[in-house]
Design a protein around this ligand. Structure first.
Ligand code: KG4
Ligand code: ZN
Length: 352
């Protein structure tokens, strides 16, 4: 079955067609440059961009893949969590397309879709431990099947990517700063005495990164030369101590993730692999540290390729296609779920 996926939960308008586990085509319009002007995502602007781009991308996707719309068997929409206005724009596009095409609509949890994205590249084995690390989320799951996710822990405040982005902003690195922290810290040995590994004294599986932000702010105040002049696009400065600063923050985040994921593996020895997804899964140090954890535990690390790590519609179409094929459906009353609220399991199910 060919499933059309629609993703508008944040600052990327994306549509994709996935058929039987293969990506047939995808279109993505990133708003990164627009929001970079403001140092973060401006929700109202994001919604307007989705509205401007959604239908155009749909027509381009059909034309470029030569797909007869009659071959589309289901429409999957990322229903949340995300920015409510942005989600609603995508939701209405998806509902209109499902109605117009006369095919089922299925709402997809954006976070679950991130973790299932690797299934487009390889077979996933279950149960799996899932670590979702993005600009908005830090979630640990036990995944028993593509339809059965148990939330084991989550961040109580900032997400891992948010912590990196805020640290980067403190020294005037461009937004979103996570990848600059990664790049500038590469090849530098971190000093693990500079920054705390936040919330590891709490024995549970939740995260809290706000303490890291405070200690980074104090460090920058004491080392003002790290604050860069605002840079022309894409240029990276050569400031003494900046590499160490970046590597040390990156290490604090990576070690914290390793400790919590290690505890989750100890509590769930039945897990057969560790799936890491979300934009921060692109981070080279975090990849290395989590690969080390998996080697220690004799399980396989699974990292989707970079284009599947960040927000995309192929992951929505993939999980949506699996759900639709298993008979899961939503009606036209389907609601978007803003960030901070749990995504309900309110499917109806038909016999297939
Ligand atoms: O999943 P994503 O594209 O968007 C959502 O938040 O849903 O993740 C974006 C986050 C940003 O915080 C960005 O700084 C971070 O991923 N990021 C990275 C890297 N590339 C992207 N963080 C660390 N290292 C990277 N290489
Ligand atoms: Zn995402």
């Amino acid at each position: 079955m060919i499933c059309l996926g629609v993703e508008t939960s944040c600052d990327e308008t994306a549509l994709a067609l996935v058929g039987d586990g293969a990506v047939l085509g995808e279109k993505l319009a990133s708003q990164e440059r627009l929001h970079a002007l403001f140092g973060g995502v401006v929700p109202e602007l994001a919604s307007r961009e989705h509205l401007r781009k959604g239908a155009v991308l749909y027509r381009e996707l059909l034309a470029e893949t030569g797909t007869d719309p009659g071959r589309i068997g289901a429409v999957a929409i990322a229903r949340g969590p995300g920015l409510l206005g942005s989600l609603l724009v995508g939701m209405n596009l998806a509902k209109g397309l499902a109605l117009g095409l006369g095919v089922p609509l299925v709402g997809v949890n954006h976070l679950h879709a991130h973790l299932m994205a690797a299934g487009l590249e390889r077979e996933l084995v279950f149960p799996a431990l899932g670590l979702l690390i993005s600009g908005g989320h830090t979630h640990l799951y036990l995944i028993r099947s593509p339809f059965d996710f148990e939330l084991l822990g989550r961040t109580l405040d900032d997400a891992a990517g948010e912590a990196l982005d805020k640290a980067a902003k403190l020294v005037n690195l461009p937004y979103p700063g996570g990848k600059f922290i990664d790049r500038l810290g590469q090849g530098v040995t971190p000093d693990d005495t500079l920054f705390p590994r936040p919330y590891i004294s709490n024995p549970g599986l939740d995260f809290s990164f706000s303490g890291l932000k405070t200690s980074v702010a104090r460090y920058v105040a004491a080392h003002p030369h790290l604050k860069l002049p605002v840079l022309p696009d894409g240029e990276l400065p050569d400031v003494p101590g900046l590499g160490l600063f970046c590597a040390s923050i990156n290490s604090a985040v990576a070690q914290t993730l390793r400790i919590k994921a290690g505890r989750a593996l100890a509590a769930h020895p039945e897990a057969r692999c560790l799936v890491v997804a979300g934009g921060v899964a692109a981070n080279s140090m975090i990849r290395g540290v989590l690969t080390g954890l998996c080697e220690e535990n004799g399980i396989e690390p699974v990292f989707p390729s970079l284009s599947l790590c960040t927000d995309n519609a192929a992951m929505i179409a993939h999980l949506g296609g699996l759900l639709a094929q298993a008979g899961y459906r939503h009606g036209m009353e389907l609601d978007a779920v803003p960030r901070g609220r749990p995504v309900p399991l309110d499917y109806s199910r038909v016999a297939v």
